[in-house]
Ligand binder design. Structure first.
Ligand code: DGY
Length: 321
């Protein structure tokens, strides 16, 4: 019997793909730093039974409907807003993601970004490297503390809870907003539930961890930034489109908020000419939430396991329902 064909949209280590090679013919986009163009991916998908995809690949209804053999799309990310899940369901295609394995790494990055923004770490590093450090001075690059400040987490899922766990160790007061109450986070980390309005207007640090859906597009807009404290620091490690970037820029320039730490952007990669990148009080990262070597390896393994499971006739390990 002919082996099923699996297409992998980014160059991954061969060792990671060994289990898949036993049961499938695999082909891989040869670059790790540039995505496969949409039209090329659509061509590959036409003959594929499985796709191993990245968050930067657009897997829309048109592609799914034009892929008669496709059984599984395994996204190497916990987020899956790049995939039309409804269209996949309609076409009997299983969609899988990589939850859990990236929770701690992403929470660590969230914390690193919050600390870097609050304590002006990137500005300070540039200051030293550019030879500007001539004298010590009392308020040189003075920032904000985390301890005993109010942390507001918007989206109390797995990563939100892992952030809350760390915030407890930093002696922060933890608040959250979520679609539903999270009793575990309340009992374990002392997190207090607030309405979205109360959270954004009262917290010192606001971390966006909510997934991108039709309801959360531009959730953080001009009105919301105006409601925040002028000392508030906004952190986004979810998806760029949850934020109105023009409104965020205005809020920062007009000193409606104090700073922003951003790992994600509406259009990635962000252009160096983007106004947000001209601001000193913005720390910008290239979407590296889960980017530790060990975690990226586990995400790759889980994506492979998901494809194998579906091709071998069982359920995927981590299916998007
Ligand atoms: C994901 O996996 O969705 C995260 O954005 C990775 O950083």
């Amino acid at each position: 019997m002919e082996k099923p064909f699996v297409y992998i949209t980014r160059k991954l280590p061969e060792e990671l793909l060994e289990p898949l090679k036993q049961v499938a013919t695999i082909e891989m986009w040869p670059h790790d730093d540039q995505p496969i163009p949409y039209d090329k991916l659509k061509e590959k998908a036409k003959k594929a039974s499985g796709l191993l995809t990245m968050l930067s690949d657009q897997i829309d209804a048109s592609l799914l409907e034009a892929s008669p053999h496709l059984k599984v799309v395994a996204n190497m990310a916990v987020g899956y807003d790049n995939i039309d899940v409804a269209a996949a369901k309609k076409n009997d295609i299983t969609v899988c993601n990589t939850p859990d394995v990236l929770t701690n790494s992403t929470a660590e990055l969230t914390f690193a970004l919050m600390l870097a923004t609050a304590r002006r770490i990137c500005e300070a590093e540039q200051y030293v490297k550019e030879g500007k450090w001539i004298n010590w001075s009392p308020f040189l690059l003075a920032g904000q503390d985390l301890f005993r400040k109010k942390l507001g987490i918007v989206g109390m899922g797995r990563i939100g809870q892992a952030v809350a766990k760390r915030a407890k160790g930093f002696d922060m007061d933890i608040y959250y907003h979520n679609r539903s109450r999270n009793e575990h986070a309340e009992a374990e980390y002392g997190a207090t539930y607030l309405s979205f309005h109360d959270l954004i207007s009262s917290c010192d640090y606001i971390i966006c961890l909510t997934p991108l859906t039709s309801e959360t597009v531009k959730l953080f807009n001009a009105t919301v930034f105006k409601e925040m404290k002028d000392t508030a620091i906004f952190i986004n490690v979810s998806r760029g489109a949850v934020v109105d970037e023009a409104a965020l820029y205005e809020a920062l320039v007009n000193k409606e908020i104090a700073g922003a730490g951003l790992d994600v952007f509406e259009k990635e990669p962000i252009q160096t000419t983007h106004p947000l990148l001209s601001l000193k009080n913005v720390v910008a990262l290239p979407h590296i939430g889960s980017a530790s070597v060990a975690t990226r390896w586990k995400m790759g393994e889980l994506a492979v396991e998901n494809i194998l499971a579906v091709l071998q006739g069982s359920k995927g390990k981590t299916i998007v329902e």
